[in-house]
Design a binder for this molecule. Structure first.
Ligand code: NDP
Length: 482
């Protein structure tokens, strides 16, 4: 019997009872139960918004230096509990413990970053055409913000939304992914223990199609931030636009790493392996297309084959595991369909599976294929698993054309020793985050995060860009004459 539970936390209280109870199983060993979810029904969305609304005025009045203290206290609480949070998340959604520890540390940094923003200058003074008028801008909170998060970064994504939302003076209703709801409840517990006032952060645990949809379509929100699939994100965006709620949706990616003839091949291979296979490829910024120029193709494939021999597939809690299982049965079924398609292409490299009990969990061996057409589903669709495809190209221009031949535009990288080609690529690649000699995944929390085309709604998260989303700018003018 599981002793770990998750349920909604509304107005500073854990929901007394809810409808359906769902068992959570470890994706590394699916026969092992790790916890229970008490799923709330749709009405919980409006109840949580009501609680958040009630807490809103007092939270706004506290001022940002006091709110910054609250974020610092949350950072300290998370840091103290970091090992337990990382272990819980690894068992809930299968991210290897070494990566999960890094993600929790990132969560602490995010909280501290926004805490520091709480004492910085806000707004600007703008000369007025009339004398004796002080004209300036300031930021005001949106009010109650809905936050809907995926399971692939169960700590970092929620915190990079919640922390700037709270700092700006909003109160929050957070709907985590079902596959990350145990971790979400632990984070809510830590927030409560660190002294966050009741109702400032509310958690609704339930199905996306019920509680999530009720939040998006009916609950009286003032702002909405979503990360997840493009299909759901587009529906969320349409519903928010129809209600004229300020919204942002961060969605899918099909990110390319371009390897030019003059690349440092060792550097490119190590960035491609990490970009494609950490988190079992379940990152929106994961490398899933590798575009290699003819002159380096043979050397790149040879080095990649060697590097893949060292990629360790295994249970998430094992300290040597580099690639863990997929997060859930739904993920496993979806990615397995692509793996069957990939098996019909030419396999360039695959991680060893000896010693791995593939049947125990949701394991899919990391694989790189080639000889696939640029229009193939493996090259065009977001697989969100440990599969990547190599495309060959003859020239820089062809590489850029292939890189941009996608509906997505999140992240792109080029590997070259030629600064001029690198800079030209940064201009030409249709992606919100572009790199030279760096992997497509792995983003600094102080820098803007977001994509072009179908990857997002064109606003940015993280860094100070997030403060623009979670606040309104007010233009103030004060006549103090004659
Ligand atoms: P979804 O986009 O459906 O889920 C993301 C979040 O939205 C979850 O919290 C989910 O809740 C919630 N949600 C689901 N339906 C609705 C709705 N109608 N209204 C409001 N909220 C809703 O992604 P999945 O988890 O189902 O994953 C499916 C695929 O999406 C993956 O295989 C991957 O390709 C892609 N994906 C991409 C991500 C990215 O960052 N690019 C992140 C996650 C997924 P619940 O979990 O309870 O359904």
């Amino acid at each position: 019997m599981a002793d770990v539970e998750s349920r909604s936390w509304i107005g500073g209280e854990w929901a007394a009872q809810a409808g359906e109870i769902v068992e959570v199983h470890d994706p590394s060993e699916v026969s092992r139960e790790v916890g229970l979810l008490h799923l709330s029904e749709a009405a919980a969305a409006s109840e949580a918004v009501e609680a958040a609304r009630y807490a809103s005025a007092a939270w706004d009045r506290q001022g940002s230096p006091a709110r910054a203290e609250a974020l610092s206290a949350m950072a300290a609480a998370l840091e103290r509990d970091r090992e337990a949070v990382a272990a819980l998340a690894s068992q809930e959604m299968g991210k290897p413990i070494t990566e999960m520890r890094g993600e929790v540390a990132r969560g602490v940094q995010i909280l501290r970053f926004y805490a520091a923003e709480g004492v910085r200058a806000v707004g600007e003074v703008i000369p007025h055409s009339q004398t004796q008028v002080l004209q300036y801008t300031t930021r005001r909170p949106l009010g109650v913000v809905g936050i809907i998060t995926p399971w692939n970064f169960p700590v970092a994504i929620p915190l990079w939304k919640i922390a700037p939302a709270l700092l700006c003076g909003n109160t929050v209703v957070w709907k985590p992914a079902e596959s990350a709801s145990l971790t979400a409840a632990r984070l809510a517990q830590l927030a409560a223990a660190s002294g966050l006032p009741a109702g400032v952060l509310n958690l609704v645990v339930g199905r996306g199609s019920e509680v999530g949809q009720a939040l998006v379509e009916a609950a009286p929100l003032d702002g909405l931030s979503f990360t997840g699939s493009t299909a759901t994100g587009m529906r969320v965006a349409a519903a928010a636009a129809a209600r004229n709620i300020k919204y942002q949706v961060e969605m899918g990616g099909k990110n390319a790493a371009v390897v030019l003839n003059d690349a440092d091949v060792d550097l490119a291979v190590s960035a491609v392996v990490s970009g494609a296979f950490r988190s079992a490829g379940q990152k929106c910024t994961a490398t899933s297309r590798i575009i290699v120029q003819d002159g380096v193709y043979g050397a790149f494939c040879d080095r990649l084959r060697q590097a893949m021999r060292a990629v360790r597939l295994g249970p998430a809690l094992h300290p040597d595991t580099y690639v863990g299982p997929l997060a859930s049965e739904a993920q496993f079924e979806k990615v397995s369909r692509y793996a069957h398609q990939a098996a019909r292409a030419t396999v360039v490299a695959q991680a060893p599976v000896e010693g791995v009990d593939l049947g125990a969990g949701y394991f899919v061996p990391p694989t790189v294929v080639t000889d696939v057409a640029p229009g193939d589903p493996l090259v065009q669709e977001e697989i969100f698993g440990p599969l990547a495809a190599i495309l060959r190209c003859a020239s820089f221009d062809e590489a850029v054309a292939l890189c941009n031949q996608t509906v997505y535009g999140l992240s792109a990288a080029v590997f070259t020793r030629d600064l001029s080609q690198g800079l030209k690529f940064l201009d030409a690649a249709d992606a919100g985050m572009v790199r030279v000699n760096q992997e497509t995944a792995g983003v600094e929390y102080a820098a803007p995060f977001g994509g072009l085309k179908q990857s997002g709604s064109h606003s940015r998260e993280q860094g100070t860009a997030a403060l623009d989303f979670y606040s309104h700018t007010k233009t103030c003018a004060v006549y103090y004459g004659p």
